[in-house]
Design a protein around this ligand. Structure first.
Ligand code: AMP
Length: 458
């Protein structure tokens, strides 16, 4: 079935084929060629695919066709697509509208972070297709504003991200109330055991597509690694953005605060920049995304969660200002470029404290990222894991240590004696078990000592 070369071989009905042609799609992407025939036959599907592969059309086209052909249950929600983020939900809804523009089907999208008023009104118009994030969906189901008893298609998108974001329980609650007779599609970029268990529970005799492509890096992306001292990252970014080949750049920051700061630091006449992260209102996020999509912003600075599923055509560069602490995020991040058959560039900054993250990333992409030594801010220290000539501590560990230290100072300020004793005890234990000398700091190994204490409680 994967030999399919043209949309005309997919047996799509004329109005859908017309919409696809209008979008300028000539050849189905591999995931489309492999999924669509099975889905048109009514099979359940387990798809291992990232965004950027054409996954949305792979499920939207056959679902639209199935809905158009089926006469039962009209004026009810017949297809539900559940996805982790608001941006992705809005994009999927948009895709359904685009591919279904010559059909009489209707679609609506619901997500949290905005008033439910308009969504309520849209639901009252009884759409055929509902795209939703889990929290708002459960909310509106609880208010009896969403009735899923006539559902024919259920699509769970980005299941691994649902797990990462703590939505898996909500997802199970939704699945539990769906009609047993339905066609189910399950998509995930990676398949950790908890995700595989959920898939097993949700699907009946599924076709498996693209499973071999677990977390591999998109091949058309030119990746480079730049060693740089932390303090020079901002200057390096500014220099890179002066290059006119950087048409539209998505810059990733590990923290929300960092995203705002980077945005302020780089914004100038030549570099129009906006930030998108979880602390921004939904309206601000939508506006920034629209401005980026429309070309008003040349640079969008984002955190991982906010950028999940960003589908903006023509992103020429993804720049990792910070390396992600979850290696899978690297694959998701760089997949924002080189979409729809184009090439793309991913540039990653690596300071001395990020070498652990780099190792994890290279392990999962199964390759070394080529290093560019020929830039103005190259740092040999960073490449050796040093910062100011001293061994650098990775940000995760540093934050954990700082949290413990802050908590200790707060307790001391309150004069909270029992709590202080508690914090001293494990250090003393750790020191004893490690044979540390008395002179060593009692706060030197708080994280380890906490771990050590747990088995003793059993
Ligand atoms: P997705 O993985 O669904 O987020 O799609 C990524 C991008 O590929 C979107 O911008 C789609 O418009 C585009 N796209 C999807 N299918 C095709 C196709 N067969 N040919 C060209 N572009 C496509």
């Amino acid at each position: 079935m994967s030999d399919i070369q043209k949309f005309s071989e997919l047996n799509l009905i004329a109005p859908i084929a017309r919409a696809v042609a209008k979008e300028g799609y000539e050849t189905p992407t591999p995931i489309q060629a492999r999924c669509i025939p099975h889905l048109l036959e009514g099979r359940d599907l387990l798809g291992c695919a990232q965004t950027g592969t054409g996954k949305t059309a792979a499920f939207a086209l056959p679902v639209l066709q199935g809905l158009e052909k089926s006469n039962a249950n009209k004026r009810n929600i017949r297809a539900l697509i559940m996805t982790p983020t608001r941006e992705l939900a809005a994009q999927i809804d948009e895709s359904f509208r685009t591919y279904g523009k010559y059909l009489s089907l209707t679609s609506t999208v619901i997500f949290g972070g905005v008033s439910q008023f308009r969504q309520e009104k849209a639901l009252k118009r009884r759409p055929d297709i509902l795209v939703a994030t889990p929290g708002r969906l459960l909310d509106l189901m609880g208010q009896k504003l969403v009735n899923l008893s006539h559902l024919e298609y259920f699509i769970l998108d980005e299941a691994d991200r649902m797990l990462d974001m703590g939505f898996i329980h909500d997802v199970r609650r939704v699945i539990d109330v769906l009609p047993a007779k339905r066609q189910s599609l399950f998509f995930s970029a990676t398949m950790p055991p908890a995700v595989a268990t959920l898939a097993k529970r949700m699907l009946t005799d599924p076709v498996r597509v693209g499973v071999a492509a677990q977390a591999t890096t998109v091949e058309r992306i030119a990746q480079t690694l730049l060693y740089v001292d932390k303090d020079n990252k901002r200057k390096l970014l500014r220099t890179l953005l002066q290059d006119s080949t950087v048409g539209r750049a998505l810059v990733f920051s590990r923290t929300k605060h960092g995203a705002d700061r980077i945005c302020k630091q780089i914004a100038c006449k030549k570099v129009t920049a906006g930030a998108i992260h979880g602390d921004k209102s939904q309206n601000a996020r939508t506006r920034a995304l629209e401005d980026f999509r429309g070309g008003k912003l040349r640079v969008l600075v984002a955190t991982d969660i906010a950028a999940r599923g960003i589908d903006v055509d023509g992103i020429t560069h993804v720049i990792n200002f910070d390396l992600p602490n979850e290696p899978e995020s690297y694959v998701h991040r760089i997949g924002r470029t080189a979409r729809a058959g184009r090439d793309g560039t991913a540039i990653s900054f690596c300071s001395g404290d990020e070498l652990d993250y780099l190792r994890d990333i290279e392990r999962i992409i199964k390759q070394k990222i080529p290093v560019d030594l020929d830039h103005d801010f190259h740092s040999e220290d960073a490449s050796k894991g040093l910062e100011d000539g001293l061994p650098a501590e990775n940000p995760g560990k540093r934050q954990a240590r700082e949290r413990v230290e802050r908590a200790r100072l707060r307790r001391e300020a309150r004069g909270d004696k029992p709590a202080r004793r508690k914090s001293q005890r494990p250090s003393a234990n750790a020191a004893r078990s490690k044979g540390q000398s008395k002179g060593q700091s009692a706060t030197a190994a708080p994280a380890k000592s906490r771990r050590r204490r747990r088995p003793a409680r059993r």
